[in-house]
Each structure stands twice: as C-alpha cells, then as structure tokens.
Design a protein around this ligand. Structure first.
Ligand code: UD1
Ligand code: CA
Length: 475
C-alpha cells in the first residue's frame, strides 16, 4: 500500500439486538437464503481486498448481543475478521468508540452496518477511492428511499448537513426521502477528535454515530455525502418484512447471474440457489429445484423438479431425475440419480453409476457403471464396477452399537431383497439368490443362497375349508 493512499480497515457494526426481528438469533446471523446476513457483508469486504484503489486491509466486527454466536460464526468462516466486544449496546457511535484501540493506528476507517446484505463491493471500492482522492475528512453514502421510514434522514441547510433519526425527526423532516445508508469512511485523524464528543441526548438515549456528521461540518471539516442511485443496495434489515424483501432480491440476483452465465431454467421464479453455488454452462434446472451450500454443478447436468441439493459435487452430464434429496456427496460424470432418492454423507456415484427409485445411499461408493435401480438402502458400503443391486436390497449396517461395512466386488449380481448383515464381503463376480440374508463372506464367482428352502403343502386350502365348515356346524 502506498503512503499517500494510507492503510484502510473496515469496521462492521453487528452488536445490536435486532429487537424488531423478535428472534432468538442475533440479527446478523439470520439467514438470507442459506447464509447469514453477515456473510454477504463480509463477502463484499473480502472482494474489496482485490479491488483497484479501494483496498481494505483488515476487517473487525463489533459483536455484543449473543456475541458468542457471532464470534463462533466468524472464527468458523472468516478467520481473519477480528471480533470486538461491545458488552452494552449503547448505540452505533458507542460501538465505534469501544473499537478505538483496533482502528486508531489506521489512516482511514470504513464503517458499515452488518445488516445490509445487498451491498456491492464495487460501491464500497468507489467510496473508498473517491474519499482518498478527494482528501475528505469523511465520506458517506446517502440515497433516496421510496419508503424512508426507519432510516436517518439527511437534512441539508445551506452549507450545513445533519442526520436526524426517525424517532427524533419532526413531521417535516420525516417527509425527506434522502437517507443515511449507514456506510461511512473517515480519515482517522479527523475521526479521533470527534468520536468522544457524541452524546446520548436523543429519544433513544443512544450514542448515534451519524451525529458526528454535523459536528465535523461545524468544525470546518470536509464531509462528502455521495448520493447513490440504487436504493435496494442499501436496504437494512430491521423487521421480518424487510428480511423477506431482501431474500427475494438476493434470490433473484443469484438466479439472474446463473441465467446470464448459461444455466437454463424452465421456471426461474421457482428455483432457489444459494450464494455459494457454482454451475457450468449448459446446465438445466427444472421447476422447483433448490441448490444450497457449496454445491458445484459442471457442464451438461440436468436437475429434475423438486430436487434439493446441498454441498454436492456433480461432474459433467449428471442427470438428477425429479424429487432427489442429495447432500454432501459426489456424482461423477454421467451418473444418474432418482426419482425419489436420498444420497448423503459422503456417498459417491462413480462414472455412469445409477441410483434409482426409492433408494437411499449413505456414505457408500457405487462403482463405475453399477446400478441400484429400485428400493434399496446402501449404507457404509463399497460397491465395485458393473455390479447390479436388485430391488429391495438392504445393507444391515447397524448392529445397535456401531456401523459396519459391506464390500461388494465388481460385476456382482445381487438378487432382489438381499439383506447384507455387515460386516460382510461379496467378492468379484459373485451373486446372491433373491431373498437371501447374507451373513458370511461370499467367495469370487459363487452364488450365495441364504434363505429357507421352499416346501409346497399339497391340498392345504381344501383341508382348511373343510375344517372351517365343521366348526360352523357346532355354532
Ligand atoms: C442506522 C443509522 C441510520 C441509517 C441506518 C441505515 C444510527 C443511529 N442510525 O439506523 O441513520 O439510516 O442505520 O441502515 O446509526 N449496532 C451495534 N451496536 C449498537 C447499536 C447498533 O453494533 O450499540 C449495529 C447493529 O447491529 C446494526 C448496525 O449497528 O448492524 C445499525 O444499527 P441499527 O439499530 O440497525 O440502526 P438503524 O436504526 O437501522
Ligand atoms: Ca439497520
């Protein structure tokens, strides 16, 4: 970083209770699609690290209400973000005060709320670089809100400017539609002399950070309000209604992004895709598909309707037929799954393998070209190549204490309704007779018959009828 640019850090304010959400989760951890609100803000900051001119080196997050949960989320997902404790939430200005030790050594401080998930990193990059080029003491973003309720209004008068919170605004001020986005960048040397001058003499008894704006202007400092065009980007989330509105916007933004990059959707309005999903070209999604987590779908895959995928890896040309629930597993090239299938917990369908109707595959490998077309439970199993698993086959993997594994070789033929009492092994080219309960290993090429021999009792129905008639006479 060059000396003239100066070192910039970002402080995310995320200690508030989010009273209006009425949730037991801290507000910034409430999900927008499958990621917390805070994820989106931190992602925008992360992208900023590479943005030309707008570099932000370090990131800290002010935590407080249910702060342990926010801290745990940070350490799990954003190891480099520093949590700073604000034990009592006395306002946004107070949050900046208590973090002073962290920011005092920087040259510029970007401050943003943790509840604005639609914020784009390009917008932040522009704010940071314009601020530095202009040499301003403070730059912040304002925008025109079609419904300004709840936001701090930007009140301009002559050369002066101040921000008045909803709860402190006069009827006349409430009519103003230019509002504060809550996103600011300060030159540290200009922030320091003012941040402790804030008071809490307002309707909420809080130390409002926005009060610093008029204070700085009064002492002759250069404060720039950049009026942004798109109000959606700065939507804060304070109520369940606002959360739902933001979810709808994020959802459609993600869907549009995939459409633009060559994913086809018969009905985009019914498709839900999380922010960490990546898809190749020539992928097609049927109506009512949900794709979550860190799912990767490569070129040419087709996903049938009502399927839910989470943390899945799909190689080229995989076909997921409808109503599949797939998680934490791999489908290799040209594999086929469904309809009505559950694949989970580290399962792998190798190239061209098929799991069919009413099949559950857990922590198992189905080898290249192998098939389990109907009604099976395969758990803790390793199945070789070119093997056929008959309808109704079950790996009895749980003995009441632990999970045991079933090993099935290449080119095996497993008869319908076979029970594999694990641990057990079926070697290459072996077969099982339908209805067998397999409790012992089966050697290569053998047929295992593990069922009672059939016996036909001639004339049984006739004798039964006769007996019934005799009984009837007695009544
Ligand atoms: C704030 C601004 C308002 C602006 C709006 C934009 C203030 C006083 N008002 O209002 O001018 O239009 O954002 O969305 O700043 N927080 C803390 N510690 C606290 C209080 C809040 O960390 O003691 C955090 C919250 O978790 C939240 C952020 O600061 O992420 C903003 O607080 P919030 O209560 O949502 O402020 P708004 O009423 O939306
Ligand atoms: Ca807010």
């Amino acid at each position: 970083m060059s000396g003239s640019d100066g070192v910039t850090g970002a402080l995310v304010l995320a200690a508030g209770k989010g009273t209006r959400m009425k949730s037991t989760l801290p507000k910034v951890l409430l999900p927008v699609l499958d990621q917390p609100i805070l994820y989106y803000v931190l992602r925008a900051l992360e992208k900023l690290k590479d943005a030309p001119g707008g570099q932000v080196g370090s990131v800290a997050v002010v935590v407080g209400h249910k702060g342990e949960m926010v801290r745990d989320y940070l350490s799990g997902e954003w190891g480099s973000a520093v949590p700073i404790w604000q034990h009592e939430q006395l306002g946004t200005g107070h949050a900046v005060q208590i973090a002073k030790e962290w920011w005092a050594g920087l040259d510029h401080l970007l401050i943003l709320p943790g509840d604005v998930p639609l914020l784009r990193s390009e917008t932040l990059a522009e704010l940071v670089s314009d601020h530095k080029i202009s040499g301003a003491d403070c730059s912040f973003i304002s925008f025109h809100a079609s419904n300004p309720f709840g936001y701090g209004r930007v009140v301009r008068s002559g050369d002066g400017m101040s921000i008045v919170e909803e709860k402190d605004a006069s009827e006349e001020q409430k009519l103003l539609s230019e509002v504060n986005s809550g996103i600011y960048i300060f030159r540290i040397s200009s922030l320091l002399p003012h941040i402790y001058r804030l008071d809490n003499e307002n309707s909420q008894g809080e130390y409002y950070l926005p009060d610093i704006i008029s204070m700085m202007i009064r002492s002759g400092m250069n404060v720039r309000a950049t009026l942004a065009g798109d109000e959606n980007e700065f939507r804060g989330i304070n109520t369940p209604r606002q959360l739902a509105d933001v979810v709808a916007l994020v959802r459609s933004e993600i869907v549009e992004g995939h459409l633009a990059s060559g994913v086809r959707m018969m009905d985009p309005s019914s498709v839900w895709i999380g922010p960490k999903v990546s898809m190749g070209e020539d992928v097609s999604l049927d109506p009512f598909v949900q794709i979550w987590g860190e799912t990767t779908i490569k070129r040419g895959c087709r996903i049938g309707g009502f399927s839910i995928l989470r943390n899945m890896d799909l190689e080229e040309d995989v076909h997921v037929v409808s109503h599949a629930v797939l998680s934490g597993s791999i489908l290799q090239k040209s594999a086929k799954a469904g309809p009505f299938i559950v694949i989970r917990d580290g399962a792998c369908l190798e190239e061209g393998a098929q799991g069919g109707k009413f099949v559950e595959i857990k922590k198992s490998v189905l080898g290249k070209g192998s098939k389990a077309p109907h009604l099976s439970y395969l758990g803790d199993a390793v199945i070789g190549e070119g093997t056929n698993i008959g309808a109704g086959t079950i790996t009895c993997n749980y003995d009441g204490e632990k999970k045991n594994s079933t090993v099935i070789g290449n080119r095996c033929f497993v008869g319908s309704d076979t029970m594999f009492v694990a641990p057990v092994t079926l070697e290459d080219d072996a077969s099982t007779a339908a209805g067998s309960v397999i409790t012992q290993n089966v050697p290569e090429g053998a047929l295992a018959v593990g069922r009672a021999r059939q016996r036909n009792i001639e004339g049984w129905a006739q004798r039964k009828r006769k007996k019934a008639n005799e009984g009837g006479d007695r009544n």
